[in-house]
Design a protein around this ligand. Structure first.
Ligand SMILES: Cc1cc2nc3c(=O)[nH]c(=O)nc-3n(C[C@H](O)[C@H](O)[C@H](O)COP(=O)(O)OP(=O)(O)OC[C@H]3O[C@@H](n4cnc5c(N)ncnc54)[C@H](O)[C@@H]3O)c2cc1C
Ligand SMILES: NC(=O)C1=CN([C@@H]2O[C@H](COP(=O)(O)OP(=O)(O)OC[C@H]3O[C@@H](n4cnc5c(N)ncnc54)[C@H](OP(=O)(O)O)[C@@H]3O)[C@@H](O)[C@H]2O)C=CC1
Length: 463
C-alpha cells in the first residue's frame, strides 16, 4: 500500500505517506522554500533502478491534495527537542508530537562572500551562475563531483579551467578508464547541442527574491536534483563550443581578486613550489555539497526520525529500526547524496513513524539491498551498481572491462567469482542482468572472460 503514493523527494514522501495513513492528524510541512520538488514521469527500470524527472511545484498543491497537511513557508531557526518545539524565522513557534527532519545538505564554498565565487545548489544559484557566465570569457570550475562533471560538458562559448584534486575526471562515479572513455566528448569539435528542457518548471513569480518571506535565509533552497541544468542557457561570450583545460591533482587553496592577482604578479612574488596560479574572469564557480545540516546536533538526530542528507549516524538510526542491531550496512549499499537515496530514505522514515504510531513492526525495504544509480554524463546513459568502484573490497578483487570507443564502457568488479559491482556507460542493456547477478551472488567463475564477450548474449544465460 505504501507504493500507492506518487514518488517524491525525502520530505515530500514523508508527508504523502503520513497524510494518507493518518487523515485525522495535523501534519505541518515547514519549509524555507516556496516550492516543493515533485517526482514526475517515474519509471521503474529494474528492481532497484528508478528513473524520474524532478519538477518544481507550488507547495499549495500539496495542501489541496491532502486537507490535513498545512505548509508553513518559513525557515526553522531553532529546535528545542526537550520541549517538542520549533521556532521559525517569521517569529512563530510550533509544538509537535513527532518530528521528522529532512533538511538536506548545505553547500560548502571555498570562500564566502567573494562575488566572483559562486556555488550551485538551487534554482537561484543556478540562475545567478547563468547570468555571470553570459559575461565571462574564462571561468574556473572547482571540484570533481556530479555538478562539475555536468557543468563542464554543458558550458559553451567560455574557456573553462577545471581544477580537480584527483588524477582523473569524475572519480566520484568512475575510474580512470571510464574517464578516458568520456574525455573525447569534452574536446569534440562539434558537440551536441544541449537538450531542450523537457518539462515545465515552476518558478516563483517575478524576481527570485519575491517568493521569500522577509528575513528568510537565502541559504536554504532545495538541492536542484536531476537534469538541473536543462532549461538553463549556459553560454559565455565566445563563439566556440568547448575549450576545457583540466588541471589535475589540484586543490584550490586561495582565491585572489583580480587586482590582488595583478599586484602579486607585479611584485613578482613567487608561488611556493607545487602551487599554481590561474587567472580567471568573473564567474568562478565552486560546487561542493557537504553532508548534513546544522539544524540538529547528532543527539537530536538520534531522538527524531531523520531522513536528512545525512550524517551517516542518522542513516543508521533510521535503518536500525528495521535491521539487526549490529548496524552493518547491507553488502551492496553505499551512501551517496542522490535523489534516489533521498526518496528511499523519506519513504522509509515515514514508514518507521507510521509503524511506531500503530505499534507495528516494519520490514526492510528492498531498495536498501543494492546501491543503484542511473543518470547521464556527457550525454551517455550511466548506470552504477553495488560496489562499482570496488569500495571496501581492498585489493582482493578483479576488474573486467569491455570498451568500444564512443559507444560503450562496461566495467564489472568481481570477487571470488561473484559480481560485486558494475559501471555501465552507453546503451548496454545489461543493467537488469547485472543487478540480478550482484543480488543473487551466483558463482560466475565458469564463465571467465566470456561474461563480457559481446558475441555471447549474456542476458539469455541469466535472465
Ligand atoms: C545542482 C545539483 C544537481 C544535482 N543533480 C542530481 C542528479 O542528477 N541526480 C541525483 O540523484 N541527485 C542529484 N543531486 C542531489 C539531490 O538533489 C539531493 O540528493 C536531494 O535533493 C536530497 O534531497 P533531500 O530531501 O535530502 O534534501 P533537499 O532536496 O536539499 O531538501 C531539503 C529541504 O529542506 C529545506 N530546509 C533546510 N533547512 C531548513 C530550515 N532550517 N528550515 C526550513 N527548511 C529548511 C530546504 O529549503 C529544502 O527544501 C543534485 C544536487 C545539486 C545541488
Ligand atoms: N547526475 C548525477 O547523478 C548528479 C549527482 N549529483 C549529486 O549531488 C551531490 C552534490 O554534488 P557535488 O557538490 O558535485 O558533489 P561532491 O561533493 O561529490 O563534489 C565536490 C567536489 O569538489 C572537490 N573539492 C572540494 N574542495 C575543493 C578544493 N578546495 N579544491 C579542489 N577540489 C575541491 C571535492 O573533492 P574531495 O571529494 O576530494 O574533497 C569533490 O570532488 C553529490 O552527491 C552528487 O553525487 C550532482 C550532480 C549530478
Amino acid at each position: 500500500a505504501w507504493r500507492l503514493f506518487p514518488p517524491t523527494a525525502a520530505l515530500l514522501l514523508v508527508c504523502h505517506l503520513l497524510a494518507a495513513e493518518f487523515p485525522s492528524e495535523d501534519i505541518f510541512l515547514v519549509t524555507a522554500s516556496p516550492v516543493i520538488k515533485a517526482v514526475t514521469n517515474f519509471k521503474q527500470v529494474s528492481k532497484t533502478l528508478e528513473e524520474f524527472d524532478v519538477e518544481e511545484q507550488p507547495s499549495s498543491l500539496l495542501e489541496k491534495r491532502y486537507p490535513n497537511i498545512r505548509v508553513i513557508q518559513s525557515g526553522v531557526k531553532q529546535l528545542k527537542s526537550d520541549e517538542h518545539k520549533i521556532y521559525t524565522e517569521d517569529g512563530k513557534e510550533y509544538i509537535y508530537e513527532k518530528l521528522c527532519l529532512c533538511a538536506g545538505a548545505k553547500p560548502k564554498l571555498i570562500v564566502d562572500g567573494n562575488p566572483y565565487v559562486l556555488g550551485i545548489r538551487d534554482t537561484d544559484s543556478a540562475q545567478a551562475f547563468q547570468k555571470n557566465l553570459a559575461q565571462a570569457e574564462r571561468i574556473v570550475v572547482v571540484g570533481n563531483g556530479g555538478i562539475a562533471l555536468e557543468l563542464v560538458y554543458e558550458i559553451q562559448g567560455c574557456e573553462v579551467i577545471w581544477a580537480i584534486k584527483d588524477k582523473a575526471i569524475g572519480n566520484t562515479f568512475f575510474d580512470a578508464g571510464a574517464a578516458e572513455f568520456l574525455l573525447p566528448k569534452l574536446t569534440a569539435e562539434s558537440q551536441e547541442t544541449p537538450m531542450e528542457c523537457k518539462r515545465t518548471k515552476y518558478t516563483v513569480e517575478g524576481s527570485e527574491e519575491k517568493g521569500r518571506p522577509p528575513g528568510a535565509s537565502d541559504k536554504l533552497g532545495s538541492a536542484l536534483g536531476s537534469d538541473w541544468h536543462e532549461g538553463l542557457h549556459l553560454k559565455g561570450t565566445k563563439e566556440f563550443s568547448h575549450k576545457v583545460h583540466i588541471e589535475v591533482l589540484c586543490e584550490v587553496k586561495k582565491i585572489h581578486l583580480q587586482q590582488e592577482f595583478i599586484q602579486l604578479q607585479q611584485t613578482s612574488l613567487t608561488f611556493p613550489k607545487g602551487e599554481k596560479n590561474v587567472e580567471a574572469d568573473e564567474g568562478e564557480c565552486h560546487s561542493v555539497e557537504v553532508a548534513g545540516n546544522e539544524l540538529a546536533s547528532p543527539s537530536e538526530y538520534e531522538q527524531h526520525k531523520v531522513c536528512s542528507e545525512y550524517s551517516l549516524c542518522a542513516h543508521f538510526v533510521l535503518m536500525a529500526q528495521g535491521w539487526p542491531h549490529d548496524f552493518n550496512l547491507p553488502n551492496f549499499l553505499l551512501q551517496m547524496r542522490l535523489w534516489t537515496q533521498a526518496r528511499q530514505m523519506g519513504w522509509y522514515a515515514a514508514k518507521c513513524m507510521a509503524a511506531e504510531a500503530l505499534g507495528e513492526s516494519i520490514d526492510m525495504d528492498f531498495s536498501f539491498e543494492l546501491f543503484a544509480h542511473i543518470t547521464k554524463f556527457f550525454n551517455y546513459k550511466v548506470v552504477v551498481l553495488g560496489k562499482y568502484n570496488a569500495q571496501g573490497l581492498g585489493s582482493e578483487h578483479e576488474l573486467m572491462l569491455r570498451c568500444t570507443k564512443g559507444h560503450e564502457y562496461i566495467k564489472v568488479v568481481m570477487q571470488n567469482g561473484r559480481m560485486m559491482g558494475a559501471v555501465l556507460i552507453g546503451e548496454t542493456d545489461l543493467e537488469e542482468t547485472f543487478e540480478n547477478l550482484i543480488l543473487n551472488q551466483m558463482d560466475l567463475s565458469a564463465y571467465g572472460e566470456d561474461l563480457l564477450n559481446p558475441d555471447i548474449d549474456i542476458e539469455d544465460y541469466f535472465d
